[in-house]
Design a protein around this ligand. Structure first.
Ligand code: KG4
Ligand code: ZN
Length: 400
């Protein structure tokens, strides 16, 4: 089955065409981020206006890349993000999907954006830790998504995800933990009670003088503060040793003493607004905001957020006796977070899955893959945008 997926929940306009578990035929993402820079955040009206302009070229591009000339014949279903997200943005994607479904006479598969993020992990991607038997696999290799000739190997991991699994979604709007008993089931365990992890990155990054969606900029600044490590070694074992050395070197660096919010409470909830306030207070104590100071703050903020994400996810994995950990959402692109998970999982009998970085941030491939696993076909009339769609729905089909 060929699924055309559309994703417009925030300021990206994305379309992808995915064929079963075989091929990602196209993956197009347009962003209005550069237009939003001067406003210091996403302005919903600007995002939606740009999406109205972008949606047709993005769709054309996706069809062209997939070499699809007669979509009414070559596409079987249309998947679309219906929420949670910005109402104006969601409407662009949802109304487009409904129109295409009507014209092409196809069913629509509605997708929850947050749940969709998790399914980027089904793109061939496996980060073995050295305790696993996969030591010959390269530690940092991120395979490109390629169109695979028909009948050859799939984009999906051959090294299947072992269930039960814990899935962490850390994005600009959400920090959520789910228990997955099988590849279709998602049981919500907890989430942020105020700011999301990505929001904490973005807001503190802005305070340090970076632009909108400052997570990647903050990561870069934090790197400038890290002690140099020898990158020359190539083997997995060398890289893990390097990671361990780096871990202990970095562990001694915490001078700012930022909080690790609700790290030790028994819930699987998160809270990052206190961190933002703590950073603000400490930042205001300094008169000279030098580059060195910015880098130090960036480093300490990144340590605080990633410590909490890793600790809570691992606690959930232990409590539910799971066999795999999946991370997803824009923050899952963060190198330090990926390193920390890798480091912590060295001593756990767990597989770690992290999507290719470009599939951590918003895209339509993840929406298509979710739809591939959940053939929740609906008539176009039954589909609508739901900006406050709950992520907590327990979706637990019997199929394994
Ligand atoms: O999943 P996403 O693209 O959109 C939402 O669903 O919100 O996530 C965007 C968030 C932003 O907050 C962005 O700053 C953050 O992910 N992000 C990062 C990195 N790349 C994106 N945060 C930390 N480090 C990164 N490398
Ligand atoms: Zn997202």
């Amino acid at each position: 089955m060929r699924i055309l997926a559309i994703e417009t929940s925030c300021d990206e306009t994305a379309a992808a065409i995915v064929e079963d578990d075989k091929s990602i035929l196209s993956n197009i993402v347009a962003s209005s981020q550069s237009l939003q820079k001067k406003w210091g955040g996403v302005v919903p009206e600007i995002a939606a206006r740009e999406q109205v302009k972008c949606i047709t070229p993005v769709l054309d591009n996706a069809l062209e890349k997939a070499n699809i000339k007669k979509p009414e014949k070559e596409i079987d279903a249309i998947a679309v993000t219906i929420g949670p997200g910005l109402i104006g943005s969601l409407l662009v994607g949802v109304e487009t999907a409904k129109t295409l479904a009507l014209v092409w006479n196809k069913p629509v598969i509605p997708v929850n954006h947050v749940h969709g993020h998790i399914y980027a992990n089904f793109v061939n991607q496996h980060y073995p830790n050295p305790s696993s038997s996969q030591q010959n696999k390269s530690f940092e290799t991120i395979p490109e998504i390629k169109k695979k000739p028909k009948g050859t190997s799939s984009y999906m991991s051959k090294l299947a995800i072992n269930f039960p699994a814990i899935a962490l979604v850390a994005s600009g709007g959400h920090t959520e933990l789910f228990l997955m008993r099988n590849k279709k089931s998602l049981q919500w365990l907890g989430g942020t009670i105020d700011d999301a992890a990505g929001e904490a990155f973005d807001k503190t990054a802005r305070l340090l003088g970076f632009e909108n969606k400052g997570g990647p900029a903050l990561e870069q600044a934090a790197k400038n503060h890290e002690p140099p490590v020898n990158n020359a070694s190539q083997s997995n074992i060398d890289k893990q040793t390097m990671l361990s050395k780096k871990q202990s070197a970095l562990g001694k660096k915490h001078k700012l003493n930022l909080p690790r919010p609700i790290l030790h409470d028994s819930s699987f909830n998160f809270s990052f607004s206190g961190l933002k306030t703590a950073v603000l207070r400490k930042w205001q104590k300094h008169k000279n905001h030098s580059k060195k100071l910015i880098n130090e703050f960036a480093f300490e903020i990144q340590e605080s957020i990633t410590d909490v994400l890793v600790a809570k996810t691992i606690r959930a994995a232990k409590q539910y006796n799971t066999r795999s950990i999946l991370i997803a959402g824009g923050v899952a692109a963060n190198t330090r977070l990926r390193e920390k998970f890798n480091y912590r999982l060295q001593t756990m009998n767990h597989k770690l899955f992290m999507p290719p970085r470009k599939l951590c941030t918003d895209n339509a491939v993840m929406i298509a893959i979710y739809a591939h696993f959940h053939h929740n076909f609906k008539d176009w009339e039954k589909i609508m945008a739901i900006p406050d769609l709950s992520v907590e729905k327990i979706d637990n089909p019997k199929v394994t």
